[in-house]
Design a protein around this ligand. Structure first.
Ligand SMILES: *Cc1c(COP(=O)(O)O)cnc(C)c1O
Length: 389
């Protein structure tokens, strides 16, 4: 587990702190994969777009991928290298501007490509395919292979489009079906993609394996990942792309919060409740959406336990009016009191880029702890709230 390198008492809360040390560690692992296999790795900005870190990341990765116009512009202006974009449908009003930033366009169907190709002379264009091969259970909202998915073409739809429009102008295929998974899931998926779409791969120049690869997790099997990349590279002479988001900034950041008050639980044995100056709904929306239970540090060296595991149990909740603005039930060695600081781990990803000002909640300050010392990157105020509504 990664612990904060900075002094948690020297920041204003709530805040996100990204650690250069951990980010670089992740980037080095990713670069070792591209060095070994020749694949190209892009940062999926939707997970992590703290552009203060781009000068570091661009030393290791070959560019960015975007989910639309603004991310594409951010990647182009702040990161450089290759800028890729995917959208389930492009807005004709944006395509010309998008073409100023992105060099690689992923389309949701050959028909979408046909609709927009006139504005995209000289661009690299590919189609997202969907093998409808699900390797995950539970999180249907994060499963592009779920029934009725709108993300990418099934073989049947793809073949109909090939008949109608041909493959002229399409130089690659893209699939993205994983979420926080190991390379066994990639291998199974890649085999299925080959079984279905293999007959088209000979005509392609590249293939993009999407994101969802938890490459920087300690138990991730990098050997298998490399084997899958090398197989497609060698058998079909393809350039292979990966576009992880999570893996780039996994465990590289923290959210620091202060306890505002502790409320006694009811007499029927419910836990005491600690109200924090941070909110699940506003500052860590994936805790509710995914949902998941973030790791909380108890002391400098240990993590808070499940409720009841340690002497002092609390439900941790936010200060908004949403009844469900609860992060979870945790237990600590010490009793919590107003003014105490708590540390939530793994908060660089899907946090800053997803937060909101519901209830008029302030946005957390953003810090970057560089090797040379901690730096305040952004501080937000009332103006930011005003501008959003
Ligand atoms: C979300 C997404 C990614 C990044 O996924 P992670 O789980 O953050 O690695 C990459 N490509 C596409 C098309 C995505 O939708």
């Amino acid at each position: 587990m990664n612990l904060p390198v900075f002094d948690i008492n020297k920041v204003t809360t709530p805040c996100y702190v990204t650690e250069e040390k951990y980010l670089r560690h992740n980037a080095e692992i990713l670069k070792s994969v591209s060095d070994r296999t020749g694949c190209k790795i892009l940062l999926a900005q939707k997970a992590f777009s703290m552009y203060a870190c781009y000068p570091l990341l661009k030393q290791y990765l070959c560019g960015t991928t975007a989910s639309g116009l603004y991310e594409a512009r951010l990647g182009y202006e702040m990161f450089g290298g290759e800028t890729h974009v995917y959208s389930p449908a492009y807005d004709p009003a944006q395509i010309t501007e998008l073409a100023k930033y992105a060099g690689h366009f992923m389309f949701n169907s050959i028909r979408q490509y046909d609709l927009h190709k006139g504005a995209l002379t000289g661009k690299v264009c590919g189609v997202r395919v969907n093998p409808r091969f699900s390797t995950q259970e539970g999180h249907e909202i994060y499963d592009p292979c779920a029934k009725g998915s709108r993300l990418g073409q099934t073989l049947e739809a793809f073949e109909k489009d090939v008949e109608r429009y041909g493959l002229n102008g399409i130089s690659g295929l893209h699939f993205h079906t994983l979420c926080e998974q190991n390379s066994d899931a990639l291998k199974a998926t890649a085999e299925e993609v080959e079984r279905q779409f293999g007959k088209y791969l000979g005509e392609m120049k590249w293939i993009n394996f999407g994101g969802g690869h938890h490459i920087t997790r300690p138990d991730y099997d990098i050997e298998t990942l490399c084997e899958v990349i090398e197989y497609f590279r060698d058998k079909y002479s393809l350039e292979v792309y990966l576009e992880p988001g999570e893996a780039v900034a996994l465990n590289a950041g923290f959210l620091i919060t202060t306890v505002l008050d502790v409320i006694g639980g009811d007499t029927d044995g419910e836990n005491d409740i600690a109200i924090l100056d941070t909110s699940a709904a506003c500052h860590m929306p994936d805790v509710l959406e995914m949902p998941y239970r973030p790791t909380v540090l108890d002391s400098e060296f240990s993590t808070a336990g499940e409720a009841g595991a340690k002497p002092h149990s609390y439900r941790l909740g936010g200060p908004t009016c949403l009844a469900g603005d609860v992060i979870g039930d945790y237990s600590f060695d010490r009793p919590l009191k107003a003014g105490d600081r708590l540390v939530f781990c793994d908060m660089a990803i899907y946090s800053m880029c997803k937060n909101n000002t519901f209830n008029g909640m302030p946005l957390p300050t953003i810090y970057y702890n560089r090797d040379t010392g901690i730096e305040e990157v952004k501080r937000f105020g009332y103006e930011d709230f005003l501008r959003r509504i």
